[in-house]
Design a protein around this ligand. Structure first.
Ligand code: HEM
Ligand code: 2DC
Length: 469
């Protein structure tokens, strides 16, 4: 007999009291740990209400499968009100990240062809390879300058620049020059704005931005200022390309980048193109750079695994005569390492959908329209889902054990991450070049945990040592 929705365990009766408790637990930073704890207390399904944010939470891959089967034709995530409020406030269009319904679908179909279809990867890979080569050249230079034949540092800033340079070169078909010694202060400002934008979003998941705006709160003001910085920089880049395109007649000889391709295709309005290009540019910085930082951290903690990966890369290089597109087909363990990083250190603490139809999960009835969240961070660490979850083991993704709804770092289905293929190629190419050039080491036994600033970040700086091979 199916149990009713009202019997799902959890604290969902008093949103305000729960918000108060959440705030006492410093919940804004600990969301991932609180979710983990809730699954321990209530089991594989619980209902929750914090502030005005109400959801049903699940953790099992089999339940995730049920959830995604009920996502409907227009899958809808949690509406991040801070982001839509900013656009409403400044009269800017939503891009694919924030659109819903038919408007989302029609934009997404066109963007898919230019951003994640396999046919465009051939265009992206040479651009990303060039950035990867410049990155290792830059690190070699830093090592030389240190005079110690090694460089010990927090790589965050370098990785932010690598990520922004990579995504920009794909979007605009042009380099920003961030691998140089003196970089455009506007680009640095853009990077800083993204961090602030994410950080100021998380309290607004629980406290309505409209309210914060009315009382003139600092979070809202900082949030607006951050998005202003992001949009200004993206606008500059977009206008640049737009101007060049009007001057040059005819079709370009080389691949001109995603933006120029979209403009020439002429299927989306300029305002729609601008909105989505801005989101792609902003979404392409902290996500990949932090995943790479966690990967280097894990490789530093597992020296023999690092050698194994290096051997795989060397063999792939030899077999493919240096053709990067070919190489990417021959590095299963490197790809496993990235999956393993996203299992233990996912960018997104959860995946969510407003379900389009009634479903039954864990024998509870859940009505259509409910916000259902899959606890991705919790699932990645659940011993019932992953054998010895605490161990970083890229080879688990090579074995034939079931991967059914277990590799979900980029989400699932038609609403999954639009930047997925760019992110994967960018990160694989980065690791190839790093493994071919440096040994990565770490000081003693420092354990680094995650903190939640809308995306999950290392709670303290990760200090690594790079030594030339
Ligand atoms: C959406 C993860 C990199 C742009 C998402 C979602 C996740 C995610 C989990 C939600 C998917 C869902 O609801 O099913 C990641 C991870 C990344 C990454 C783990 C890197 C390690 C990027 C990059 C870009 C990007 C590099 C841009 C170039 C987007 C956009 C969406 C999205 C535009 C919204 C798509 C839509 O609503 O249709 N990402 N992402 N992401 N991501 Fe990423
Ligand atoms: C954050 O409870 C926790 O890819 C919330 O590139 C639920 C939630 C909703 C939407 C998620 C967000 C979480 C984490 C960050 C995500 C976002 C959707 C897209 C975004 C996963 C899990 C991200 C990082 C995008 C950001 C694009 C940029 C222009 C803002």
């Amino acid at each position: 007999i199916v149990r009713p929705f009202s019997e799902i365990p959890g604290l969902w009766k008093n949103g305000v009291a729960n918000l108060y408790n959440f705030w006492k637990l410093d919940g804004f930073k600990n969301l991932h740990r609180i979710m983990l704890q809730n699954f321990n207390t209530f089991g594989p399904i619980y209902r929750e209400k914090v502030g005005y944010y109400e959801s049903v939470n699940i953790i099992n891959p089999e339940d995730a499968a049920i959830l995604f089967k009920a996502e409907g034709h227009y899958p809808k995530r949690l509406n991040v009100e801070a982001w839509t409020s900013y656009r409403d406030y400044r009269n800017r269009k939503y891009g694919v990240l924030l659109k819903n319904g038919e408007d989302w679908r029609s934009n997404r179909v066109i963007l898919n062809k230019e951003v994640i279809s396999p046919k465009v990867m051939g265009n992206f890979v040479p651009l990303l390879d060039e950035v990867g080569l410049d990155f290792v050249a830059r690190i070699h230079k830093k090592i030389k300058r240190s005079g110690q034949n090694k460089w010990t540092t927090d790589l965050s800033q370098e990785l932010f620049k690598y990520a922004l340079e990579s995504v920009s070169s794909v979007l605009y078909g042009e380099r920003l020059g961030l691998m140089l010694d003196y970089i455009d202060p506007e680009a640095q400002h853009f990077i800083d704005c993204i961090t602030v934008m994410f950080k100021t979003t998380s309290p607004m998941l629980y406290i309505p931005p409209a309210l914060l705006r009315k009382i003139g709160s600092k979070v809202w003001r900082d949030h607006v200022e951050a998005w202003d910085g992001i949009f200004n920089q993206a606008d500059r880049c977009i206008h640049n390309i737009y101007r060049q395109l009007r001057q040059e007649a005819g079709t370009p000889k080389t691949y001109p980048g995603v933006l120029a391709s979209l403009l020439m295709l002429d299927k989306l309005s300029i305002e729609d193109i601008k909105a989505s290009i801005t989101e792609l540019m902003a979404g392409g910085v902290d996500t990949t750079s932090i995943t790479l930082q966690w990967t280097l951290y894990e490789l530093a903690r597992h020296p023999s695994l690092q050698e194994e990966l290096r051997a795989e890369v060397a063999a792939a290089r030899a077999e493919s005569n240096g053709d990067m597109l070919e190489m990417l087909k021959r590095i299963p363990l490197v790809k496993g390492a990235l999956k393993e990083t996203l299992r233990l250190h996912p960018v997104a603490v959860s995946l969510q959908r407003y379900i389009a139809e009634d479903i039954i999960i864990q024998n509870y009835h859940i009505p259509a329209g409910t916000l259902v969240q899959l606890g991705l961070f919790a699932m990645g660490r659940d011993p019932k889902v992953f054998f010895r979850p605490e161990q970083y083991q890229p080879s688990r993704w090579l074995r034939t054990e079931t991967h059914y709804f277990r590799s979900l770092g980029f989400g699932f289905g038609p609403r999954q991450c639009l930047g997925r293929r760019i992110a994967e190629a960018e990160m694989q190419i980065f690791l190839i070049h790093m493994l071919e050039n440096f040994r990565v080491e770490k000081q003693r036994h420092v354990e680094v945990q995650s903190t939640f600033e809308l995306i999950l970040l290392p709670e303290k700086p990760i200090i690594l040592t790079l030594k030339p091979l």
